[in-house]
Design a binder for this molecule. Structure first.
Ligand SMILES: Nc1ncnc2c1ncn2[C@@H]1O[C@H](COP(=O)(O)OP(=O)(O)OP(=O)(O)O)[C@@H](O)[C@H]1O
Ligand SMILES: [Mg+2]
Length: 282
């Protein structure tokens, strides 16, 4: 029995696995697990379990997008996405699928409030971002964790400082955040690499720093763009367990991926994009 525990924003998520994390991914995928929160209910989960879908409840939407276009990478008028409409309830999970160039990263850019939607309406956590004042967006953005496809680590900050950044921005005292950051770095297999600059880390190691930075504040919304692109199968499985745990504790999760094996193993509804249009939802 191996116990993994990570503390995210004051809540301890404990994961008891009968099969050591380094065993074969197939074996660990079959393995059932118990997730317990120090301050919350204990829930049982099966790694391969179907993840909860959004209910479409009007009051509880994490994302509500209606006839929205946009997503231009340079803020220009060239729309990447056209007439997109969908809704994800708070606590929902969606895969985001589609061929290369379909617009997955562009849609995540919109949902992360890094690009302005054009036309239609877009609500994030109940805030209509098409109408919101620009000054209101940073606070909303702090509730969103993002794993970028190209990592976007800050080059002059160590792995530790990259992961600590969201906590420092949120004003968490240094004495409190140090243990959590160290624990999360250990959990993603980067114990002893906290002082290393991104340029001296492998692609997979940088991706794991990016993942740790995205989840450290236990965000209400987590957007992950190809988060397993540089991970081996065992690491990808570990990441999926973390995302599943966070999802079960209420975080809304959207994961863009080309990893068909992962999608097959973790049944959940999918948003499907082709040529900038949404061609599937469910
Ligand atoms: N920086 C950029 N400048 C100009 N066009 C861009 C830029 N980034 C993306 N695009 C264009 O926007 C469209 C959608 O790209 P996007 O990155 O959203 O696709 P994707 O589905 O994430 O692809 P992938 O699976 O390869 O990551 C593509 O036609 C692409 O060429
Ligand atoms: Mg992309």
């Amino acid at each position: 029995m191996v116990t993994c525990m990570i503390r995210l924003n004051g809540v301890a998520l404990r994961y008891d696995a009968a099969v050591p994390a380094r065993n074969s991914a197939t074996a660990s995928a079959r393995n059932s697990a118990t997730i317990s929160a120090r301050h919350g209910a204990t829930v049982s989960a099966r790694n391969s379990a179907t993840m909860p879908a959004g209910s479409g409840d009007r009051a509880a939407a994490a994302f509500r997008v209606r006839d929205t276009s946009g997503g231009s990478p340079d803020g220009g008028s060239q729309d990447v996405l056209r007439d997109i409409s969908f809704e994800v309830a708070q606590g929902g999970f969606r895969w985001l699928l589609g061929p290369s160039g379909a617009g997955k990263s562009s849609l995540l850019r919109l949902l992360h409030l890094a690009a302005r939607p054009r036309g239609g309406a877009m609500e994030v956590l109940g805030v209509d971002v098409t109408k919101a004042r620009r000054a209101a967006l940073p606070a909303l953005r702090q509730r969103i964790g993002m794993v970028f496809q190209d990592f976007r680590l800050i080059a002059h900050l160590s792995a530790f400082d990259n992961v600590a950044l969201p906590q420092r921005l949120a004003g968490r005292p240094e004495t409190q955040l140090r243990a959590d950051v160290a624990e999360l770095l250990r959990w993603v297999g980067l114990e002893g690499k906290g002082d290393v600059l991104p340029q001296s880390l492998s692609g997979g190691e940088q991706q794991r720093v990016a993942i740790a930075r995205a989840v450290i504040n236990r965000p209400a919304l987590l957007l992950a763009d190809e988060p397993t692109g540089n991970l081996d199968d065992v690491q990808a499985q570990r990441l999926m367990r973390l995302l599943t745990e966070m999802n079960r504790h209420g975080t809304t999760v959207i994961v863009a991926t080309h990893n068909d094996a992962l999608v097959a193993r973790h049944k959940a509804p999918a948003l499907r994009l082709e040529h900038g249009r949404l061609v599937g939802d469910g």
